[in-house]
Each structure stands twice: as structure tokens, then as C-alpha cells.
Design a binder for this molecule. Sequence first.
Ligand SMILES: Cc1cc2nc3c(=O)[nH]c(=O)nc-3n(C[C@H](O)[C@H](O)[C@H](O)COP(=O)(O)OP(=O)(O)OC[C@H]3O[C@@H](n4cnc5c(N)ncnc54)[C@H](O)[C@@H]3O)c2cc1C
Length: 820
Amino acid sequence: MAKPQLPKSAQFVIVGGGIVGCSVAYHLTKMGHSDVVLLEQGQLSCGTTWHAAGLVGQLRSQPAMTNLIRYSTELYSQLEAETGLATGWKECGSVTVARTEDRMTMLMRTAAAARAQGVEVEVITPQDAQDKWPVMQVDDVKGGLWMPGDGKANPTDLTQSLAKGARMGGAKVIEGIKVTDILTEDGAVRGVVTDQGTIEAEVVVNCGGQWARELGKMCGVNVPLHSAEHMYIVTEKVEGVSPDLPVLRDPDGYIYFKEETGGLVMGGFEPEAKPWAMDGIPDRFFFQLLPDDWDQFEILLENALVRVPRMAEAGVRKFYNGPESFTPDNNFLLGEAPELKNFFVGAGFNSMGIASAGGAGRALAEWIIEGAPTSDLFAVDIRRFANFNNNPAWLHDRVKETLGLHYAMPWPNRELDSARPFRRSALYDRLAAKNAVFGSKMGWERANYFAFEGETPEIQYSFGRQNWHNAVAAEHKNTREGVSIFDQSSFAKLIVQGRDACAQLNRICAANIDVPVAHTVYTGLLNERGGYESDLTVLRLKDQEFMLITGSAQAVHDADWIRKNFDEDAHVFLTDVTAAWSVLAIMGPKSRAVLNKLTNADLSNAAFPFATVQEIDLGYATILANRMTYVGELGWELVVPVEFTVGVYEDIMRAGTEHGIRDAGYYALEGLRLEKGFRAWGRELTPDITPIQAGLSFAVDFDKPSDFIGKAALLKAKNDPDHLKTRIVQLVLDDGVPQLWGGEAVLNNGVEIGEVRSAAYGHTLGSAVALCQLDAPERITVDYVRAGAFEIDLAGVRYTATAHLRSPYDPKGERPKLDL
Ligand SMILES: Cc1cc2nc3c(=O)[nH]c(=O)nc-3n(C[C@H](O)[C@H](O)[C@H](O)COP(=O)(O)OP(=O)(O)OC[C@H]3O[C@@H](n4cnc5c(N)ncnc54)[C@H](O)[C@@H]3O)c2cc1C
């Protein structure tokens, strides 16, 4: 095929001709955009794609990812008919087996979630598993899953087929051309420089696979990924292996199998991976492999021989060791870079790029065209990371663990262990000395709970109650009845200031933030569909200066959303000041008594009402005290300059001794907020849920003088009788024993109608409490909720639950009212 001429300009330039770049090109053209140029330095698929094993498995622990892969299977099954190029797609189904009861529980939990998304899945016995995969031995197998819709494809053929589809839609695909620089102007991308000339472009898409980090560096964009070696072998013929054999996964042994010309492809995800290319990827690393490493592969081989003893008799035809890029959390990186307008990234596929490419390519194409994701994609959104995540030493140490996460047990509250501690609050050492057990969010070390004296500060994971249940119960009770202190320094803090700050923010916030100085407003930031992009608290510090306090994970995301929605010529500036301020939340009915001992400020209800903020003296420190609560009790969030944090903490602990003050952590916080029915962004509040559905209309001001983003959609939704077929509802289990974690299926009258978005044990209510998203066939009214026969499916066992639109834990106190 003659090489297409290099155009001088194009609307969309895609860098990288692996499966992901080709899928993005395909989908852009499908959406009617033909001015697309794809540039590949070698030949299509020559990077990582060509040596992939080609497994396409839909079961993922993140529902958003399952959803994308489900679409991939649909696309791959019909692509050949469309383009005339074979893809090697075969819907052979897959069997996943469990060696332990815990793994079986986990499989049943994920199966329920997958089923809720329309993925066909069946729980099977060891005998069924062996019937489907006769060459395996099942003496140690507890059970398994059968997924008929899973399949396998030939990655190179699939890539060529997607590229052909893109060409048919008008795209130019140019091979043998290297992008050497990215052009920018006024904070936006302007084009690419190649070794053969420059192309001006409106949009540039970085689909550079393991090269994507370097491509990002050309224009100041952080793409946190690191290469690691990844391996499989292909055996000679194995007796009993036939072409119609499904894919087999044995995650407890870290391994998978698929049939290939009568032999087996056997590979896996060893618990400790081997990072690669610390000094950069060698030039022209096209269609290349790394040396065989049998030592690294040993753990996989040992396990494979347990599962398929007959493999011992077969010779090894080929050892594939290829590098793949891995990210800090094992999810890929998608979306517009917060650092550079119109520069998009689709990279870091953590060895699931073949499976994900169809769905991810479509999602990214939609994001490019619509200017925002069209569904909840925060799990893969590049804005979940910040510049510090791009540190190479940190990435190196982290990806050793992330590769293995593929088949590691996804415990509900599992924390990653590697490359920590990372970001530490001023109190880290003090809390550690008090037996704090830390989790990690946005890199911050945060106390999840405080182990009792004499106990090892370590989580013992399980699906039932874990070893910290009683410690958290004590923190919970102390907050409800006495006073606790929470180190919430990881909360993101953004200052918005400038002559137009108030007007600009009021258009971005759904509530009216044009309140008197020293008032605080809880508000959602909505998209044009009326769905949540964030929810946060706005503190009006001065006439034109606001502090926004938002979730730890949302710093980059929210700053990006707000900046993007500022009018271009507005006099308004946003600065992330997270690192300058700590937040100590002092919560509980005795919080006022403790603070009174340390300040001259009048903390009475009259002088310091709910939802107000004041600069006060506290011991030697001058701080901001914000009367807010996330636990539903009297309390203040103290916003303290970092250098005064230790002093303030020590003063509070001293003053609080007589009131029984104690430290409390994020597990207690979760149980406390869920009992109160407080919604959280990223869990109940997503881009697909409106304040009306969330029961948070009180935090929307339809009557404020200015328009706000999402208002038109909300007004329409108000008059749409179907809008409330989806609703966030609180469920409390009738049985006080079981533990819920989130992700469980919810049923009404035996029919699946939703899922648990977050859950914790409610120590005041005496049973597990959950906030659930229900998608019912009818409008979810008060009567529907009262009349319902609700159950929650906990790995196959159903527990009855009582539904509430308003929390049953509802004393007079600190909370805005939820709508009925
Ligand atoms: C051993 C192994 C087995 C695997 N098995 C599976 C599996 O069974 N199922 C599954 O889903 N996934 C699997 N994967 C993962 C899968 O191969 C990858 O996730 C996927 O191929 C990534 O595709 P990509 O398009 O992002 O990257 P790539 O295929 O690497 O494409 C990126 C392209 O960008 C080009 N490029 C980079 N820089 C420039 C530049 N400056 N100018 C021009 N071009 C540039 C590169 O040459 C390259 O071709 C496996 C991976 C390995 C290593």
C-alpha cells in the first residue's frame, strides 16, 4: 500500500498505531469525523500489541471496566463482517476456577455485579468446570464461573481490522513516522512535530503505549506509567486440548490458559513483577521481545503443572517475554490531560489492552467529541493522578505490585503496600505511634483506624467482619457520644479568587454561593446533563476569595473541571493549596467544650451557627474554624496552617483528655456518614446521577439570579415522571451480623433493581448500612420505598433490608435535610 502523504494539518492526530490508537481512529470516523491522521513510528501493532495473548475477559472488579469490555466483545464479533479483515475473534467462553472459599466468594460477588450490567455469567461446580475444560485436574478446586461471552482474538489482526475500518471512514494511517515533539500555544495543543515534518492539529491523542509517558513529557503532561516484563509460553501439542477449549483462568495460581494449534498458551501475573526500561526504551524497539526469564516464570509454571499436570509432557515451543506498561493502580489512563487543552491520553493498559481497546477507544472518541466523558469513567480518568505520581522511582516500585493485582484477591478494602509511605500529613508520626493503621488515597497516608493497645496495627482481610471491627466500633461510639479528632488533612483545598470569582463560581456551582462573607455552602458541581462532577464545600473567606474543600481524590479533577468552566476572559484564578493547610475535624457532642478551653472565640450556636466559618485563635495558633460535619454531630473542621498542626493537635488532645477525646479514622468516618445517609462523590454521586435522584435538591438553588451548569437539564428532569426511576436510597440490613462492602446486588420482590454503592457497619444502628442506587421499573416514591420487600445479595445469600429515604439515625443536629 502506498504511504499516504503527510498532511500539513488535521483535525485529529493520533500518536501510536497499537490496538488502542487504531480503536480511537476507528471510533472517531464512526462518529462521522474523517479528518483523522494516525502516526506510527514502526508498523501497526509493532509495540506491545503484537505479542499479546489475545484474551478478552469481561469480569473486572471495576464495573466501569466490565462495561467497556462488554462493548469490546460486541465490536470484535462483528468487525470482520464490516471491514473484510479477519480478527481471529472466537467467542470460546471462559472458565475461572477458585482454589479457596474466599476466592469463590469473590467470584460470586463480581459475578453478581457483572450480571447487573448484562454480562452472562454462571456459577459452576468443580465437576462442571472440568466438563468444560477436561484437561485440568480439579481436586483442589472449590467451584468456578462460566462466562459464555468471553473470547479470544488475534491482536495483530484485530488492530489491522480496526485500522481498515478507520481508513474506510476517511482516516489516514501513516507508518514509519516518529513524533518528536508536541506543539502548544496558550495552554492548548497545536500540533505535532515528526521526523518528516509538522502537522497542525486541533486535537492530539497520545496512544503511545509504554512510550506514552515520554510523549507526555514533550508537552508537560504527566502520564504515570512504567514498563514491566510480562510473560507467557506456548507449548507443543497437549493431549486432550481441542480448538474449542474455552479460556481458563486460575487466579489463585496466578495463571491463565488458552488453546493454540493443539497446544496451550500459558501465562500469568506473578505477585512480584519485574520493572523494565529504567533508562528508557531502546530506540526502534519494534516487534521485539526480551530475553526468556525462567526464574521469574517459575511460580507460574509450578502452578500450571498443578492445574494441568499433562503439560509436563509437552515441550515448550516459544517463550514470549514482552514489556507492557502498568499504572499505579492497575487501571488505564483515559481522557483529556489536565495540563494541556485538547491533548488526550489513552494509555497504560496493564495487560488488558486487547480486551479494553474497543470500549476504551469508543469512550475516548466520545470524550474528545463531547468535551467530557459520556458516562462515569473516574476509575480510569487520568485526572485521578497528580504530577507526583509520575515520579520514576515511585512508579518503578509501585508497578512491581500492580502487575500482580490482576489475579490478587481484590479484598473489598484492600490497600496497596508498595511504594509507601508516600504523602504524609504533619501528624503522621504521632498517629503511627498511636497504632494507626494507614490506608492510602491520592498518595496520602490516612489513618483508617487505630488498633487497640497490644494489637498488631495491620488489617486482616476477609469478606466478613475484619479484625478492626471492635476498634472502629469504639471510635464510632466515641464520636456519637463524646468527642473524636480526625486527621483529614488529605482533603483537597482550592482557592478561587479574582474580581469575577463569585460570579464565575456561582455559574459552576448548583447552590448559591453568593452568601455573606464567613458563610459556608455545600454544593454540587454539575455537568450539562445535571449529573455530579463533584460535590464540595465552599467557604466564602472574602468578598472575592473562596476556599473550596473537596475530596482527597478529587484535587486534580475538580481543579480541572472548574478551570475549564471559567470564562476565557474572566478575572479569576484557582490555586491548589492542599499542601499548605491541614484539616483536623473535631467531632461529637463534646467538641464545643474541648475547643472552648483553647479559644476566646464565642462558639455558641448564636455566635457560630452551622455552615459558617471564622478565623479564630486556638492556643498559639490562628486558624479557620468551619462549622460543618461529615458525621452528623456537632463539630468543627479546623483548617490549620501546616506548621501549626502539631501544636493544635497537642493542645486539643490535652484539653480533650477530661472529655475522653480519642483519635478516629476513615473507617469510623465511613460508618458515621453512611448512618446519616450523607452521599459521597464517586460512590453515590456520579456524573450519571442528578441531585434530584440523589435526594440533594436542597443543595440546588433554582431561583438564584445567575444561571448554572446543569440547570436546564435539572428543570427538564423535574418534570420528567421517569426521572425518579433511578434514586439513591439507604438500606439497613435487618440482620445485625453480616458485613456489606459495596458492589452487592439489591433486589425488590426478588427482582434485581440496583446495587450497593457504599456500605459500612452502622455501629449506632447495630447493623450494616448501605447507600444504594436503585433503577426501578417504576418511579421510586415514598410509597414504593415503604412497600418494597428489599433484599441484598451477599455472594449468593439474600438478606432482607429496610429502605429509607431519610436516615433512621436522625437526631436533631448538624445536617441539611434530605428531600423526601
Ligand atoms: C505478554 C503479554 C501478553 C498480553 N496478553 C494480553 C491479553 O491476553 N489480553 C489483553 O487484553 N491484553 C494483553 N496484553 C496487553 C496488551 O498487549 C496491551 O495492553 C496493548 O497491546 C496496549 O496497546 P497500546 O495500543 O496501548 O500500545 P502499543 O501496542 O504499544 O502501541 C503504542 C504504539 O505507539 C507507537 N509510538 C510510540 N511513540 C511514538 C512516537 N513518538 N511516534 C509514533 N509512534 C509512536 C509505538 O511504536 C506503538 O506501536 C498482553 C501484553 C503482554 C506484554
